[in-house]
Design a protein around this ligand. Sequence first.
Ligand code: FES
Ligand SMILES: [Fe+2]
Length: 348
Amino acid sequence: MTLAHPPLTVDAGCKDPAMLDEWHVIGLTGDFTSGTLYPLRLLERDLVAWRDTRGVLHVWEDLCVHRGAPLSKGWVRDDHVVCPYHGWRYDGSARCTLMPAAPADRPMKKARTFPHPVEERYGLVWTTLGTPTAPVPAFAEWSDPSYHTVVCGPWEFRANGFRSLENFLDATHFPFVHNGTNGNADAPDVIPPYEVEVSEEGLVSSEIAVRQPEGDARGVPVISNYTYSVHRPLVGHLRKRMVDADADWNPVPGTEHFYTNLMTIQPVSEKECVLRVVAAFTMRPGPSDDEVRARLHVVFTEDQEIVERQRPERIPADLRFELHHRTDLMGQRYRQYLRSKKISYGII
Ligand code: FES
Ligand SMILES: [Fe+2]
C-alpha cells in the first residue's frame, strides 16, 4: 500500500493497509449536488466531498494545507472550494489558485488539497484512502435489462461493519428477527447442509431454501432460495430465486423470479458503519421503488436492534471466541476470508 499522502492529523484513524486499500462506498450518486460541501468520515478520517458544475465529484481530506482548518466549514464559489479560515481557494484539480491576503502572488506549488480517487458505479460513490488491489466489485444486474434496480440507503448502524455484513449473510435469523416477513418464529426453517465455495475471488454459497410469509415488498408468501456471495470484505451480494407459494406452501408454477441485493458497508470507525444497498429484481409488475426502500427499512431496523448489541463489538475472526454450528457455515467462511486478507482493523 502507498498512501497518496501521509495522514496529517494527530488522530489519523485506521492504519491497516488491508482496509485502506479497499474501495469503500461513501454515498449515493444523488446525495451530492454541485455548490455544496459534504463532510463525511471513513475509517476515522475526516473527508469532504463536493461536485463541480461539470458533474465531477471530488473527495478530499477535510483539511487545508495552510493551517489545517476543515475545508468542509468553507463554501463553494465558482467551482472552487474556499477555506473558511483565510479564504484560500482550491480548484477541481486540488490546486490553490488564490491567497486573498496576497492576490497578486502565485500560490506555492505545495498549496494543494489532498484528493482521493473517486468512482461512481451502480448509483453509488466509491473512494479509497490507499491503492486498491482490485477494481470496484462487479454488479452484473445493474446493466441487465431484465432487472429493475433501486438504489437504497443510508442506514447508520452503531455497529462493526463486519458484524453488519455477516448479518446480511445469515439465513438462520429470519424467523426470529424478521418474524412475519422473512420467516415465521412459530415454524422456523430447518436449514439443510449447504456448501460455501472459497476461492481467490471470495465466497459463494450453494442455495439455501426458506419459506417467507412476505418474502419481498409485494407482500406475498414465497419460497426463497438464497445464494450468498462475498467478493470484498465489506461488500456482499445475495440472490433470491423465488417462487410464489400457495396457502399450503406449494410452489405456484410459472412464478419464478429473482431478487438480488448488492450490500455495501462504509466503515466509519471500528464500531460505526453505514449500509447502502442496490436492489435489483425481475418481478413484473414489481413493487415501486418506495416500497422496496420501505421494506428494507423495516428489515434493517430489525437487524440493527440486534447487531448494535453484539459483543464483543469487533468481530472475532478467530473461531475459538464464539460457538459455530454447521448452519453458520457462511459466517465461519466469512471469518476465514477476513483472516486470509490479513485484516486487523475492526477485528479481534
Ligand atoms: S487554514 Fe485554510 S486558508 Fe488558512
Ligand atoms: Fe436480517
